[in-house]
Every structure is written in C-alpha cells, then in structure tokens.
Design a protein around this ligand. Sequence first.
Ligand code: KG4
Ligand code: ZN
Length: 391
Amino acid sequence: MKLLAIETSCDETAVAVLEANGDEAGATFNVLGNALISQIDIHKEYGGVFPAIAKREHAKNLVPLLEAALEEAEMLREDTQVISPEKYERIVEILSREPDLTGAFFAFVNECEKPAIDAITVTHGPGLEPALWVGVNFARALSVLWDIPVVGVNHMEGHFLVALAEEKDGALSVSIPEKTLGLLISGGHTELDLRMEDGSYKLLGQTRDDAVGEAFDKVARMMDLPYPGGPEVSKLAERHREDSSTNPFQLPRPMIHEDNCDFSFSGLKTSVLYKVKEIGELSELQKEQLSMAFEDAAADVLYAKTLRALEETGARALIIGGGVSANTHIRRVFTDKLRDERPDVSLFIPRASLTGDNAIMIGVAGYFRALKKQFADIATLRADGNLSLSA
Ligand code: KG4
Ligand code: ZN
C-alpha cells in the first residue's frame, strides 16, 4: 500500500510518501519521499508557538512539501488536468477556511497527474486546532480530487508506533508486541498508555499540570535560553555532567512516592524559579547545574512512574515516544536502569531523527488503521485539539 502522510499539529509542516507492506502484527515501511519544514525560527521570537502564525505557515508550506515529497518518490508527473465542476466545487468549499492554501492547491493539482497513492493519512489531533485544520482540509481536498480514502491519525499514536521502528536494509521495520507500555513525553503530553493487542489504548496515568516538555521549555525561558528550551537545557546539563557529578542544587521529585501513575511538573518548574529569583544573575556554571538538577528530577520521576506502570500491567515491552524522548539523559536513565532492574523488559526508543514531529510516524500509525479499513468520512472528519489516545 502506498501512503501519503501529512502532519501539521504544531510547528512542523511535514509530508511523506511511504510504501507499506505487512499485517496488524508488523510491517515494513519504505520511505519514498520525506519533506519537512520546521517553523522554530519563526516562533522563536515569541518564545513559543503562536497558533495563527503556525496556521499561516502550514498553509504556505503544504503544497511545496507535497511537490517535494512526490518528486523524491518519483511520482510527480506533470500534465494538465481537468477537474469536473462538481469536484471543483466540493474542493473550493473544503478549502474555504484555508484561503492561504487554495491558490497554490489549484495551481499545483491542475498540473499534476494523480499519483499512485492508495490512501492519505493525516494528523487530526491532538495539537493546535487551527494548525491541525490546515492539514485535515488539505487531506480532504486531495481525497476528493484523487478519489482515495483518508485515515485520521492520532499524533500520539504516531509517536508511539514509530518508536518501535527498527532500520533494516534501508527500510523501517515495525513489529508490534502483544502488550506494549508507552511513555509519551512531548511539549503537550506526559502520559503512560498501554497498547492492547486489538490496537486500543488504556490510559494509566498522565500529568496533572504541565507536560514535561513544557516544563523544560519554561525552565529554559527562566534562564534566558532560546525556544524550544528542551534541547538547550539538555545541552547545559550534559556539559556539567561531563565536568562534574556534584551539584549544589537539589530539586524535588513531585509525586514520586504516590501510589499512582500520574505526574506533576509544575512544582518542579516553580522550584527552579525560586532558585533563579534567589540567585538573581545566574552564572554559566549555575545554569548548567540547575539544568542538570532539573533534568535529574524529571528523569527520576518519569522512570519511577514507568516502573510502577510496568508492574501494574505486566507489560514486557516499553516504548518512549514524543519530542522529549530525544533527551540524552532520559534515554540513558531508562536504558541503564531497566537493564539492571528489569532485564526482562524490551525498551524501544526512536532514533533521533524520528523523535520530533514528522510525517513518517503519521504514515506508520495510519497504515495499521488502514489495514483495519478505519477510513474517515470526509464530510465529518474534524481536527480535534484534545483528541485522546484512549477513546
Ligand atoms: O513531540 P514534539 O516535537 O511536539 C509536540 O507534539 O509537543 O515535542 C516537543 C517538545 C518541546 O517541549 C521540546 O522542548 C522537547 O520536546 N524536546 C526536548 C528535547 N528535544 C525536544 N526536551 C528535552 N530534551 C531534548 N533533547
Ligand atoms: Zn509531537
């Protein structure tokens, strides 16, 4: 099956073309084309993602990215197309909320033959709703134009399943264990979910306030580091870890001993703020030390709660997914501690290039839904900013 995958939930616009072969237990994905534009530099000056600007940028980027992904996949055939008046009207109506996209859409599709794509997979939540809508409406318009079905993909399921991908002969091989625990850590989420054999998810615990990525970003801002703060805090923390293992700062590990799988990062973030206020002007060394103390506390809580969830569920496979799974220290803590404490558990962490938002993960998750014929009704497919994994 050949899939077109579209991701616009936050500040990355991404389009990929995948060729997938397999069944519900596992599949191989050949990435035929992969195009992505990050808006980080644009949002940097606001210190965070600005939804209206994200929407505008997605609308501007989608058509060029589609063209680039199709071209890389050698599926771009230029030829003048005739669109029936009925189709044209439906597409105009679908795109009526995306004026920035409409002109480029028709300019491109009027000159491009229908590619050999079997289905479109698109993120329809969770994320920033105005941003999600651009991708959803783009997918709906292409679906009408090319008469191919659409799968609405949950962004977090994309992070979850792509974490299982192993590279084999240049392709991504995803085999899904019967019962898999997922620790999903990103800018908007911190949750533990159990994926059951039938592909449904059970939420075991989640943050009661800030997501861990959000806490990383806020701590970075307190120390005058640029957005997104996660990688910056990580860089400083690693520097101190290499130079010295001692640290004058000790921070709390909220809820670590509570008998549940929930998290809280707001208190930890606030305790960094108190230290920053107490000190005033931070030296480079103090920034490194505070970054390390914050990262140590965050990693310890994430690990302790995950261990609890492993015991509670009896799962023997664990994935860590989402943007924060790029964090070197968190990866190390989980790898080292699980090897010592739970050698029976298989740990899957995505390779660095697949930790952040991308369209490949949307194609991967969408394929397993397409196998079950879980196609969306184009008339009612909606963006849902709060879409959850455990329906
Ligand atoms: O999954 P993602 O790309 O977007 C969302 O769906 O939210 O995650 C972005 C989050 C941001 O908060 C960013 O600071 C964090 O992931 N992040 C990191 C690292 N790389 C990205 N946090 C800690 N350490 C990192 N190396
Ligand atoms: Zn994400």
